[in-house]
Ligand binder design. Structure first.
Ligand code: GLP
Length: 242
């Protein structure tokens, strides 16, 4: 596990984007696992700039996203498909048909999860999986549990995740369930890159990367990955003993 501490969010975002861009430069047909949330927005801005400067092209890149709220359509402003279009896909030369996000409106949960696992299987290994982290240590929407789920599954969001994420849902009720890629699929990526910023993440960063490996802190499994890169700004990393 490689741990990098940056002074600022901007520096964290730039470093993360450089690592992702290098994967595209190494293999322009690579598959990238992508994440949503406020943390990766700066990373995506840097990638868009690199594309505009002709340093990288997404023309032959495939992307697979981690998760999606159950019940939200692709054009709902809080759906993760909408987020990805808005923050990355609409600004680069990626082919939309090569961008995979779970379908929040799927009628059959089991079928949707199976469909997504087949997509992951057909593209493995992903060159890189980008991750943020929830305040309770969740990655994707893999919430603290008694075991590490392997494949894509439907999750009942924890009370703490509901409390943190409800700020995005102003007048409407927040979905209580989400689909997420499993921990097994995340761990199969060649490189896993987790980014975090701000003091609210400090405790979970210490528990995840200097505590014991346990499904009660899902991100702690990354300690077992062969090429995990953790980048945090100094606020997020302040409780780690480095
Ligand atoms: C959501 C997403 C996660 C993300 C987390 C943190 O719960 N499912 O993938 O890592 O939020 O979000 P933020 O980056 O806004 O702190």
């Amino acid at each position: 596990m490689k741990i990098i501490v940056t002074d600022t969010y901007e520096e964290m975002s730039k470093k993360a984007a450089e690592i992702i861009a290098n994967k595209i430069i190494e293999n322009n047909k690579c598959t990238l696992g992508l994440a949503t949330g406020s943390t990766p927005i700066g990373t995506y801005k840097n990638l868009i700039k690199m594309y505009e400067d002709s340093k990288i092209s997404f023309k032959d890149v495939t992307t697979i996203n981690l998760d999606e709220y159950k019940g939200l359509s692709a054009d709902h402003h809080e759906s993760y498909r909408y987020f990805m279009n808005d923050n990355l896909f609409d600004h680069v030369d990626i082919k939309k048909e090569n961008t995979y996000v779970l379908n929040g409106l799927a009628c059959d949960d089991e079928k949707e999860c199976k469909r997504f696992d087949e997509i992951i299987n057909n593209h493995k290994p992903m060159a890189l999986q980008l991750l943020g982290i929830g305040e309770n240590g969740h990655i994707g929407f893999n919430e603290p549990a008694d075991f590490f789920p392997f494949g894509t599954h439907l999750v009942k969001l924890s009370d703490s995740t509901m409390a943190v994420n409800k700020r995005f849902f102003k007048e409407e009720e927040m979905p209580k369930y989400a689909y997420t890629m499993g921990i097994g699929s995340i761990m199969m990526a060649d490189t896993v890159l987790l980014i975090a910023n701000g003091p609210k993440k400090a405790k979970t960063m210490r528990d995840s990367f200097q505590g014991k490996v346990t499904p009660h802190v899902p991100a702690s499994i990354l300690q077992m990955h062969k090429d995990a890169i953790i980048i945090g700004d100094k606020e997020a990393m302040k409780l780690l003993d480095l």
